[in-house]
Design a binder for this molecule. Structure first.
Ligand code: UD2
Ligand code: MN
Length: 398
């Protein structure tokens, strides 16, 4: 019989060589309990010190991981050699092994290690909001670890996009780049709302990913399309999407994916900082609706951030509540002969002022081809395309 233990898949957070071993390595600190992982990434064997320990359930005890954690915390330099263990599986776990628990704790712990090391590398941005929600920037999460955590839940993700009138021209680029970068390896359905069903392109998709087309009427005003999104999405969630999804993203179609957008963007309610206002130190410049007659009104002395309506996502029921809120509030406005300055974006900002997002995504999650990339944007994940507004919109202009 082979030696009982575990195999672990791992990647090193950085590639620094351990001076004694000559390659990235971890394990010396707890060699009594666990084997050494070395190389840049791959598989290693983790062997508990005693078979007896294993049989009694004291599997390569979490205590040793904690010791490692505290050791690293107290002696900073060791972080350079820390591995991110992305999966562990038993070779021969013995009868009383509670593998799931130890996997989860390992992953959680290593992701703590990961973020601790990585946070130190982003001193230029704030990785947390004033209400203690994560503010996601490149370098504040470990993509491999966070995907593996969410993958265990295997969520079904719905993406709601509208392509009405001439906006069908954006579908191909959006979908093809989405297949390369957006929630890769997750179950995902694009719900495409369009008045030109025959203009939806056929694209190659991996298993578990598909397109569902939902017909909507054409419009003569672009404002009716952007606001109509709230109405038709509310109806479709009620009739169909609710039974098919766990998360929903609402997105503009006139954009391309250029970089990874993965599980780090998932939460109960995630909103993106609008690229135009994220550096503003005063809220006075935020283009909130300032007319008290509108339901979207926000007074000058209130507000946390200005969020973009071109990318937002969250749990199905939380998103449903917000989409429906935007629809209902805009209906009230319309009865009062007023339309909020930035349509549903204004209502979205009003809602999120009183119902704080549980995750805020940096403008990496919606940049724009109109603007140059400043120093703090290390990765552009999604970018809005340059378009001729007058030509593409049914009633022209801004
Ligand atoms: C980057 C950003 O902040 N985007 C927001 C901004 O305008 P944008 O200038 O980005 O608006 P836009 O012209 O892209 O319209 C928003 C979306 O509505 C759909 N569409 C629009 C018109 C049309 O004729 N056919 C059609 O399908 C399409 O999915 C499009 O992407 O303001 C809008 C409201 O004013 C929305 O809040 C957008 O989310
Ligand atoms: Mn847009």
């Amino acid at each position: 019989m082979g030696v009982p233990g575990y195999t672990a898949s791992f990647t090193f957070l950085n590639k620094k060589k351990h001076p004694a071993v000559g390659c990235p390595s971890i394990g010396a600190f707890f060699s009594g309990n666990i084997g050494v992982l070395h190389g840049e990434s791959g598989h290693g064997t983790v062997t508990p010190a005693s078979y007896h320990e294993l049989k009694t359930g004291a599997i390569p005890s979490i205590a040793s991981w904690h010791n490692l954690y505290w050791y690293c915390m107290s002696s900073g330099f060791c972080m350079q050699w820390c591995a991110s263990v992305i999966s562990m599986s038993a070779i021969d776990p013995g009868p009383s092994c509670s593998m799931n628990k130890s996997i989860l704790e390992c992953v959680t712990l290593t992701s703590m290690l990961g973020s601790w090391g990585l946070h130190r590398r982003r001193m230029d941005v704030n990785p947390v909001t004033n209400w203690n929600a994560p503010l996601v920037w490149e370098g504040t999460f470990d993509p491999v670890v966070i995907d593996s955590i969410y993958k265990r839940m295997d969520p079904r993700i719905a993406v709601i996009v509208f392509a009405v009138g001439k906006y069908t021209r954006f579908l191909k680029g959006f979908l093809e780049s989405g297949e390369k970068h957006f929630m890769v390896d997750f179950k995902l359905t694009y719900y495409i709302f369009t008045d030109h069903v025959d203009e939806v392109p056929k694209i190659d998709q991996a298993m578990g990913r598909k397109i569902t087309i939902l017909p909507v009427p054409s419009a003569t005003r672009w404002q009716d399309v952007v606001l109509g999104r709230m109405k038709y999405a509310t109806i479709a969630i009620d009739q169909q999407i609710r039974n098919q999804s766990d998360y929903i993203f609402m997105m503009d179609i006139d954009s391309l994916f250029h970089g990874r957008v993965g599980a780090e963007s998932l939460s109960r309610m995630s909103a993106v900082l609008h690229r135009g206002y994220y550096k503003d130190e005063t809220r006075k410049k935020f283009p909130y609706e300032r007319r008290p007659q509108s339901q979207a009104y926000i007074p000058m002395d209130e507000g946390d951030y200005y969020y973009s309506a071109a990318v937002w996502g969250g749990y199905l029921e939380d998103m449903y509540k917000l989409v429906r809120y935007c629809y209902e509030q805009s209906e009230i406005d319309s009865k009062n002969n007023i339309e909020a300055v930035w349509q549903e974006e204004s209502h979205l900002n009003k809602y999120l002022l009183h119902n704080k997002p549980t995750k805020v995504l940096s403008p990496e999650y919606l940049w724009s081809d109109y603007d140059r990339k400043p120093e703090d944007i290390k990765v552009v994940r999604i970018s809005q395309l340059v378009k001729n507004y007058a030509e593409v919109r049914p009633n022209g202009g801004h």
